[in-house]
Design a protein around this ligand. Structure first.
Ligand code: FES
Length: 186
């Protein structure tokens, strides 16, 4: 009888230990999930791009360094954009085609942007001409920045060209984290 009771006590003890182990494992996995979610939240809460990197804000020079009106588009591979100078101001056009994401390029002969993948074509300012692309090219927000204070004087609105500042020392910045989608057509 005493042996039987001892056996029962041991079995009960083993069951309690198993339960404790399962509780601990459950708490550990809960802690892991909480920490992971906290990490992801922090990643989103703080800027992920440094100054000058694609996805962040970068200076593209002063107003005096901008290309002249209707000069051939300036290729900026690191910021993945074409800089163009329509009469209304300056534009930063995203280099990726709005159809399936190929890199298009400027044709001096034809005076337009041509996509090699499926033949979409776009004007100097990124406006859709023809081809399977569903919309005009996307543009990044541009800013005119006071060189003395670093304050933003004004920025481009709704993807419109940024008017070129009269002061040649004003800094022009592009925010490649803020993309304005091109106008859909037809
Ligand atoms: S990806 Fe440019 S036309 Fe298809």
């Amino acid at each position: 009888m005493a042996e039987e009771q001892e056996g029962l006590a041991k079995e009960q003890e083993a069951r309690i230990n198993r339960r404790e182990f399962l509780n601990l494992a459950w708490l550990a996995s809960l802690g892991f999930v909480t920490l992971s979610m906290g990490g992801v939240t922090l990643l989103f809460a703080f800027p992920r791009f440094g100054e000058g990197e694609f996805g962040g804000v970068s200076s593209i020079g002063t107003a005096s360094e901008l290309p002249s009106v209707e000069a051939p588009p300036l290729n900026n591979p690191s910021l993945k954009l074409w800089l163009t100078r329509p009469p209304e101001g300056v534009l930063a056009i995203y280099k990726v085609c709005t159809h399936l994401g190929c890199l298009y390029s400027w044709s001096d002969q034809e005076g337009k942007f041509l996509c090699p993948c499926h033949g979409s074509q776009f004007e100097y300012d990124g406006t859709y001409i023809k081809g399977p692309a569903p919309r005009s090219l996307d543009r990044f927000v541009l800013q005119a920045v006071d060189p003395a204070t670093g304050n933003v004087l004004y920025e481009s609105q709704d993807g419109q060209p940024l008017p070129v500042p009269e002061d040649p020392n004003v800094i022009i910045r592009v925010d490649t984290g803020r993309k304005i989608l091109g106008e859909p057509h037809g």
